[in-house]
Design a protein around this ligand. Structure first.
Ligand code: PLP
Length: 398
């Protein structure tokens, strides 16, 4: 029997569940793009995006997914021939690095592996072994969606300041924005990239580059910046079309307006707190499941774990078997393993990821855990007992 009825649940780490309110606000006739409310609504997004990012700087919007927004940020920060340093803690920093290479940028990578956060001592040693002004920018992810590690951005900034490293600090918050605490101003981040399809709860289509005055001034030193990616007209438009360098993503703007209203109504601190509690419930369940058998969280140290995504090792082919059972028999879709093994490596079937970003609440997480435990039984996977009880103890204390 396959499940063909009932509410399905997409618990992959993005795109995330879209709230009905967001969908309803997008379900409307086409607005005028030359005058009227769309222009006002677009302008109103800027302060609210800054509210979510804890930024007092600028935000340029693009019709783009995460890959596009990586290129947007690089196009405004570096030129071909410049050197950058990438701090890799999973698949996505490597992706950003590949993009930079293709733009002719010379990339050094400090790779911290697939299950730990950036070690600032190692960063310190690396930077001290190079000429002080070698790197134009240092790139890293706040949360890597493949490994589910969360990096301590403030400690990276502290390290850069201590050794007076002039590089711009550029951070990918595509997975973490509006899920994990992020403080653009306070943590001294110069450039931050994000997209609308995860914590911001909107279908994929708009990406953002947040930047501060330091990054804005540096951009002026570049000999050329692509007309399309140039952030300047987008943050300082004379005409409406310059916000998106062409036709605006009309319906996404309505959806994003609604999603930001929802976050503001909840308050960003409480949005972070909700994600934290839901994550703690998942970890509590994992603590019980892992009392027996092979199952383990990819990230051991709780303070290095994301509150948006959880990467779990089941071993063997159990990840794929579990996912397939859930997909066909329960209506739940969980995330595939990403970048945790080389192609053909048997470990590739041994990981799964739970997405718990954006529009998620207690009953959804309990359903996720309950369905996963049911899946364990169905595929005959050995695991410890009491997981749902442990999760409900956390969630009942809210
Ligand atoms: C941290 C991070 N960076 C970049 C990307 C790439 O985004 P996209 O798939 O929208 O191009 C993703 C996608 O999951 C991501 O999680």
């Amino acid at each position: 029997m396959t499940v063909s009825s009932g509410q399905t649940y997409l618990a992959i780490p993005g795109p995330s569940v879209i709230p009905e309110e967001v969908l309803r606000s997008m379900h409307r006739s086409a607005p005028n793009i030359y005058e009227g409310e769309l222009i006002e609504i677009t302008e109103s997004l800027i302060p609210d995006l800054n509210y979510v990012a804890r930024s007092s700087g600028y935000v340029a919007m693009y019709i783009a997914n995460g890959h596009g927004i990586w290129e947007a940020a690089l196009s405004n920060a570096v030129s071909a021939g410049d050197h950058i340093l990438v701090l890799a803690t999973g698949r996505f920093a490597h992706g950003w690095a590949e993009m930079a290479r293709k733009m002719g940028v010379s990339v050094d990578i400090l790779d911290f592996g697939k299950n730990r956060a950036v070690d600032v001592q190692v960063l310190n040693e690396k930077l001290n072994s190079e000429p002080k002004s070698k790197y134009k920018a240092i790139l890293m992810t706040h949360v890597d969606t493949a490994t589910s590690v969360k990096n301590d951005i403030a400690s990276v900034r502290k390290t850069l300041d201590e050794i007076e490293c002039p590089a711009l600090l550029a951070v990918d918050c595509i997975a973490s924005l509006a899920c994990d605490r992020f403080e653009m101003d306070h943590w001294g981040v110069d450039i931050m990239v994000a997209a609308c399809q995860k914590g911001l709860m909107v279908p994929p289509g708009i990406g953002f580059v947040f930047f501060n005055n330091r990054a804005k001034e540096r951009q002026k030193n570049l000999t050329k910046v692509s007309a399309y990616w140039d952030w300047e007209p987008r943050v300082n438009p004379n005409l409406y079309y310059e916000y998106f360098c062409g036709t605006a993503p009309t319906h996404h703007i309505y959806g994003l307006r609604t999603a930001l209203d929802m976050i503001k109504a909840e308050k960003i601190e409480e949005t972070w707190q909700r994600h934290e509690i839901l994550s703690r419930a998942i970890w509590a369940a994992m603590d019980r499941w892992s009392l027996v058998g092979d199952i383990s969280l990819n990230i051991e140290n709780p303070s290095d774990r994301s509150h948006a995504v959880t990467s779990i090792r089941l071993g063997g082919e159990n990840g794929t078997r579990l996912r397939q059972w859930l997909q066909t028999k329960s209506g739940l879709t969980i995330g595939i393993s990403l970048g945790m093994s080389e192609p053909g490596d048997p470990d590739g079937d041994g990981f799964v990821r739970f997405g718990h970003m954006g529009h998620v609440n207690t009953q959804m997480i309990m359903a996720l855990l309950g369905a996963v435990e049911t899946g364990f039984k169905a595929i005959g996977y050995n695991h410890g007992n009491g997981a749902l009880e442990a999760a409900s103890e956390i969630l009942s204390s809210i």
